[in-house]
Design a protein around this ligand. Structure first.
Ligand code: UTP
Length: 411
């Protein structure tokens, strides 16, 4: 199902009609020869077979609970794990990957989400929060952590320029590498291909699951191998309390002997809408809240804690050699309903108020299923989880500001 593995066809308005893409076919037919050629050349680079993906529910295996290393257990071993993690960082074995290619459509901010200013009386950019958090670790370790930043086509130039203008927020630029993820076509709610405001086929970033494959395509893995990096901590840009290359987490995963680790938070309530780390057919996996039965939601362990209790926060530690194994594997493509800025065939640019189409994406959580084992590592959500997803309400700039203040930030 992956785009690379299918033969890409040279399309014409006729072949588009054959696959039901009548809206785009009619648009192309109405254009002059030069514009027609440009769109057909763009289409030749796009794999339209992805358009059938994600509509049907994916078959899942048998789920069972996965116990987490709890906060209490972690605090008993904190000094030992932290030393082990710092040793790995000092030995140059740990890199970090920031996933910053999202469109931030719910926040409705035109620029890359990392450029959003979460400060009130002063500026505090989301990117700045991330770099500051990482620098607490690099200062403690006395060593830089190589940081790889994934952007999309759309936010590549803005992101790089912003980091340069801000002098990399004090990070050593020699340890920062940017790379781009790929794009996939997007469709409207009727499954029709859309146009972007320049009159070409609308594409959207292909999700956060392909980051390692994109690193390979962009030549990043050579630097990783040359530098001897053995572990990659991948994380979302939008959690402003994100602990990156957290030495205690790194040390705990290394000492556990597991192939990967995931930071998790205890659910606030049985029906909280988070993906829960568990086992699926004996392998680590994430079950989405809508995939859980009532029985799974309310099942409890003998000590009273929920059996499916630990939600993921998009902060994973992967072993590089285990990631290499995933390179040939097609991840499932999911459909996400989004607000997509587009153009109607008559030239009207649409900035939607409500979701108006689907983008196709692979998800980082599907990489967890390709690992033999995963340490679920519990963290305190009020200290480590403040995602900025929405304009207001739950997981918004406002809720993140509240949590930042709780953690001593002056905004
Ligand atoms: P989200 O799933 O929250 O998506 O991304 P988003 O695009 O940022 O926001 P909405 O849904 O349009 O409002 C979770 C993390 O994955 C990254 C995001 O930048 C964020 O750090 N991501 C998402 C990518 O790097 N690439 C993508 O294609 C999608």
């Amino acid at each position: 199902m992956n785009s690379e593995q299918n033969t890409v066809q040279r399309h014409t308005p006729e072949t588009l009609k054959e696959i039901g893409q009548t809206k785009l076919a009619a648009y192309i037919e109405a254009q002059g020869a030069a514009q027609q050629e440009q769109i057909l050349a763009q289409l030749a680079e796009l794999d339209l077979s992805v358009l059938d993906a994600g509509a049907a529910e994916e078959a899942r295996g048998i789920f069972s609970p996965l116990q987490a290393m709890t906060r209490a257990e972690i605090s008993r071993q904190r000094a030992r794990y932290t030393e082990a993690g710092l040793a790995a960082i000092r030995a140059g074995k740990v890199g970090a990957v920031m996933l910053a290619g999202g469109q931030g459509s719910r926040l409705g901010f035109e620029k890359p989400k990392g450029m959003y200013n979460i400060g009130e009386t002063r500026t505090l950019y989301i990117f700045e929060c991330q770099i500051r958090n990482l620098m607490e670790v690099t200062e403690q370790a006395g060593a830089w952590v190589p940081l790889f930043i994934m952007t999309s086509e759309d936010n590549w130039a803005d992101t790089r320029q912003f980091f340069a203008e801000q002098d990399y927020f004090g990070y050593n630029p020699e340890y920062i590498r940017f790379f781009r993820q790929e794009q996939l076509p997007a469709v409207d709610l009727d499954g029709q291909l859309m146009l972007n405001p320049s009159g070409m086929v609308l594409t959207a970033p292909n999700g956060n699951g392909g980051w390692y494959a994109s690193m390979e395509r962009n030549g990043m893995l050579e630097s990783i191998r040359a530098a001897g990096i053995e572990w990659l901590n991948v994380f979302a840009v939008d959690n402003v309390l994100q602990r990156i290359a957290d030495p205690c987490f790194v040390g705990a995963v290394i000492e556990s002997g597991r192939e990967s680790g995931a930071k998790v938070v205890a659910k606030a309530a049985p029906d909280e809408r988070v993906g829960v780390l568990c086992l699926e057919d004996g392998r680590p996996s994430i079950v989405e809240y809508f995939e859980m039965t009532d029985e799974m939601r309310t099942l409890r362990e003998p000590d009273g804690t929920l059996s499916y209790n630990y939600g993921v926060i998009l902060n994973y530690l992967f072993r590089v050699d285990c990631l290499d194994r995933t390179l040939g594997v097609s991840l499932p493509l999911h459909r996400a309903c989004k607000k997509l800025r587009c153009m109607e065939p008559d030239g009207t640019v649409v900035v939607p108020e409500e979701p108006n189409g689907y983008k196709f994406e692979t998800l980082a959580l599907d990489l967890v299923r390709l690992q033999e084992s995963c340490l679920a590592y519990e963290v305190d959500r009020s200290r480590e989880f403040a995602p900025v997803k929405n304009k207001t309400g739950v997981d918004s700039a406002e809720s993140a500001q509240r949590l930042l203040r709780l953690n001593g930030y002056v905004l």
